[in-house]
Design a binder for this molecule. Sequence first.
Ligand code: UD1
Ligand code: UDP
Length: 383
Amino acid sequence: MKIVNIVGARPQFIKVAPILKAIEGHNRARPDVPIHEVLVHTGQHYDYEMSQVFFDELGLKAPDYHLGVGSGTHGYQTGEMLKRIEEVLLREKPDWVLVYGDTNSTLAGALAAAKLHIRVAHVEAGLRSFNKRMPEEINRILTDHVSDCLFCPTETAVQNLAREGITKGVYLVGDVMYDAVQMYLAAAEDKSQILETLALKPKEYALATVHRAENTDDPERLRNIMMGLKHIAQDGLRVIFPAHPRTRKAISDLSLDISSSNLKVIGPVSYLDMLVLEKNARVILTDSGGVQKEAFFFRVPCVTLREETEWVETVEAGWNVLAGCDPERIAHASLAAQCSASSPYSCSIPFSPRTPLPPATPYGDGRAGARIVMILLECSGRL
Ligand code: UD1
Ligand code: UDP
């Protein structure tokens, strides 16, 4: 069986890692039924700290194809990827194309494969924000509707697909990002020096990330979010902000004054450093999907800088709150999170009481990657 994995953006390097590990494990255990794997990097992310650092740290093989597409408008970027991925697929003739998440690389990979009648498997299928102004929502809906295998991380995702009439080829497997945390946390805690480098003490800082187009491309929203972070810093909690290049550029274009002795803007950090920063944070403020989930995995309260989330389980369990971009609300939510961090039930606004979580989370048991590989083999009649 031959699989082409298509990745291109930061979270996809993390999501593909458990799949590559599961394929390696399968090939060792069953050399009689080998899986030939081809890794394609579209080049959507290209700075060292947005791309290569993940290959180095996670021990990923070098991509078999690097398409070097780079940045551009949605049409340009997706169109270039479509053309270049098609050439790879015509040459490789795989049984399956695996795509991850909801980026332009995901949509281009799915579309190129579907048009060539190559079976598409979507890892992280069924997520919905119900906000079609998000480019990711368009990417997810279209990808799900051309996929043959839909690997859902949560029960909610399965239900979302059913509402759109998709019930065939749908598998609840758990979340590969939960697998990744299980795989790399020990290494992170062993190797990362980030707390020492930034002179941080556990639970004495807030961690913030912002990169969604709705926040970076709207000057008013970005200004308000930065003001919210400044309030938190001025109230005495140190804020560490590893900024996505898109956000750095927007802050600089708007000449936003973010200076505060307690607010530290740094470049994007590596995955191992990020895991350590997340686990030891007192509160996390973010508009990232992956970071919301990782906050939940580590049971660190999260303030989401959006109006809605795809990861509703984190909110329902009381570990995440939607604060949008209002500076007062952001600062209040952060305070509530800090107060409830030490006494979970004493502060009910805006966090609901946190339910004690059983060991098996709504995001699976850390074996999503292995399950996905087994299902692909079964669907191909190889097992
Ligand atoms: C993309 C995904 C988003 C995902 C995010 C993960 C789409 C539509 N969006 O958003 O869903 O959450 O990746 O991080 O696919 N840039 C650099 N260096 C890089 C990469 C980007 O400077 O290595 C800058 C460029 O100015 C670029 C901008 O960031 O124009 C945006 O990059 P792009 O990949 O288009 O979107 P992201 O915001 O990264
Ligand atoms: N991440 C990282 N360094 C950073 C910011 C994020 O390693 O400076 C990791 C984070 O731990 C998570 C993933 O990148 O695993 C999330 O990616 P991102 O926030 O870019 O995208 P999203 O999840 O919103 O699509």
